[in-house]
Design a binder for this molecule. Structure first.
Ligand SMILES: [Ca+2]
Ligand SMILES: [Ca+2]
Ligand SMILES: [Ca+2]
Length: 531
């Protein structure tokens, strides 16, 4: 499907001043535990157009519903007893078979554990009308020719439709294969699926696994491993092929099938475990898990087009790995926009110096916060699973000509203070994913802590809405309401600066990623009320 972009305003193209947070740090937010008890959760999602349900994906094969009740200022969270989707229940309702010596044998669909399992969920952009959703899981490979068990399985993306008689359950018989990709090893399965603002499904595929990409899949345009795929799930360009049930967007780089697989949108990725689209401008932010030295962040401009080659396995971060390209094209590699090392000793002149506490092991690609806690908006937040470091930098920083953003200090990278948390950052326990609801609010998914979902909530005193500037239209609030504030606000508005988004439709207090007359009215009302 091709969905018209919802973004009313263009992306910012001019870099704003790069810098850290205000010197006088205040507390604006806190993490609230909203639910626990999930079995190895790997994601939390909200369908388009909804505010009263969240969906938690459990790696072990279920999707469970958190019902959001109460009031907007005092919400309550209740986990529904019955799963929305259970792959084990599907096995019972709609058995899955492997052929053993020609004799069909019912077996579980799912292989789970380690980096395998039910890994991703994406609701169709037209979910309120169509009831369609997509999941990514590691499926037992039927291996019909030999009957042998394949412990590596295959990655599948499956479509389901909500039960017309029950909005809190899928229809078991609706399961429909979109794509299946055999896995040569058990690790590096990617697992994230997301609809972009273009309406296409982005499927992140790891390099197939083991270490150092032994099959050299990342650079190979003829395999779907080590890639970002981009599929049109609203049609089937392969009616004679039951294993390929999708269309190819016309602007995929190999859409014609010449030079590479037409499903490919970008290549040279190692394991893009988690990625997200910026609600404001459609930029795609990818966290690509490194091998032994560097964790990578990629920012793909919303209007930047496809075809990038991120260089794995010949590059890890900015470093040359010394591994062979195998003759595949590495003439035009796109470097990451940010990296962090596995050890402080990897600091070098290119990327700056790092402390031991800044070293990591495995990046969780995060999100650009666009929610209602205004001091935190417009920054990209990400985590290292094993180190529990929580980092952010301004999402609109502009890279140097080499593509590099700068040292941690230059880029305005902050760690635990990034959220200006009341009481500081709580102890994180194996964070594996971020979640984002329709308000742009942030969630954390932790496999520790009993399988926990946390939400970032406002805390402390929020800054005055209409105190946009100080004297002479200087940056920062000054506790005064003067013409400077109005001028600065209107400049933001007409420059399509996201800071001007202070309201939603009907002058709702919830921001909506669009700049309309409602925003100006809400700002002016706040100005004259002195708030
Ligand atoms: Ca087909
Ligand atoms: Ca002011
Ligand atoms: Ca708005």
């Amino acid at each position: 499907m091709k969905i018209k972009s919802v973004y009313a305003c263009g992306a910012l193209t001019l870099g704003l001043a790069i810098g850290g947070l205000p010197a006088q740090a205040q507390d604006f937010s806190n993490f609230q535990t909203i639910a626990t008890g999930f079995s190895s959760p790997v994601g939390v999602y909200q369908p388009p157009g909804e505010s009263s349900r969240l969906f938690v994906v459990e790696q072990t094969g279920r999707i469970r519903i958190i019902n959001v009740g109460g009031t907007p200022s005092a919400p309550t969270y209740t986990v529904a007893a019955t799963p929305f989707l259970s792959l084990a229940a599907l096995d019972a309702a709609n058995p899955y078979f492997r052929s053993t010596g020609g004799v069909p044998l019912a077996i579980p669909r799912l292989i789970s554990g380690g980096e395998q399992g039910l890994l991703g969920l994406a609701f169709s952009p037209d979910f309120p009308a169509s009831g369609k959703l997509y999941i990514n899981y590691t499926q037992n490979n039927p291996n019909l020719s030999t009957g042998a068990v394949d412990p590596n399985g295959r990655t599948v993306v499956m479509e389901f439709t909500v039960d017309p008689a029950n909005p809190n359950a899928v229809l078991p018989s609706s399961e429909r294969m979109i794509i299946a990709i055999n896995q040569p090893f058990a690790n590096h399965n990617g697992g994230c699926i997301r609809f972009g603002p273009d309406g296409y499904l982005y499927v992140g595929m790891g390099d197939g696994g083991s270490g150092n990409d032994p099959n050299n899949t990342g650079l190979n345009p003829n395999t779907l491993l080590g890639k970002m795929l981009r599929l049109d799930v609203s049609r089937d360009d392969y009616p004679a092929d039951s294993m390929r049930n999708y269309g190819i967007p016309a602007d995929n780089p190999f859409a014609s099938g010449v030079g590479g697989r037409p499903e490919i949108w970008a290549r040279g990725l190692r394991n893009p475990w988690r990625y997200s689209f910026d609600k404001w401008n459609g930029d795609l932010w990818i966290g690509d898990v490194g091998q032994n030295f560097w964790e990578e962040v990629h920012r793909v401009p919303g209007n930047g087009g496809p075809g990038r080659n991120y260089g794995w396995r010949v590059r890890e971060g900015f470093a040359s790995t010394g591994l062979s390209s195998g003759g595949f094209d590495i003439s035009n590699l796109t470097p990451p926009i940010y990296v962090y090392p596995h050890a402080a000793s990897q600091s070098n002149a290119t990327v700056g110096t790092w402390t031991a506490s800044q070293a990591g092991i495995s990046i969780v690609g995060g999100m650009v916060y666009r929610g209602n806690i205004r001091p935190l908006r417009g920054r990209y937040y990400f985590v290292d699973t094993y180190r529990s470091t929580f980092w952010s930098f301004p999402a609109n920083v502009q890279p140097t000509p080499t593509g590099w953003l700068g040292t941690p200090a230059q880029v305005g990278l902050t760690e635990t203070s990034a959220l200006q948390l009341t009481g500081g950052l709580p102890t994180l326990s194996f964070v594996v994913a971020f979640g984002e609801d329709n308000d742009g609010e942030m969630y954390l998914v932790e496999q520790g802590g009993g399988g926990r979902i946390r939400k970032l909530v406002p805390a402390g005193t929020q800054p005055a809405l209409a105190d946009a500037a100080g004297p002479g239209q200087s940056v920062g609030a000054d506790g005064q309401y003067t013409a400077d504030d109005i001028i600065v606000y209107l400049n933001w508005f007409f420059a399509s600066d996201p800071r001007a988004d202070v309201s939603g439709p009907g002058q709702s207090p919830r921001v909506d990623q669009q700049l309309t007359a409602d925003d100006i009215i809400v700002f002016l009302n706040a100005f004259f009320a002195g708030i």
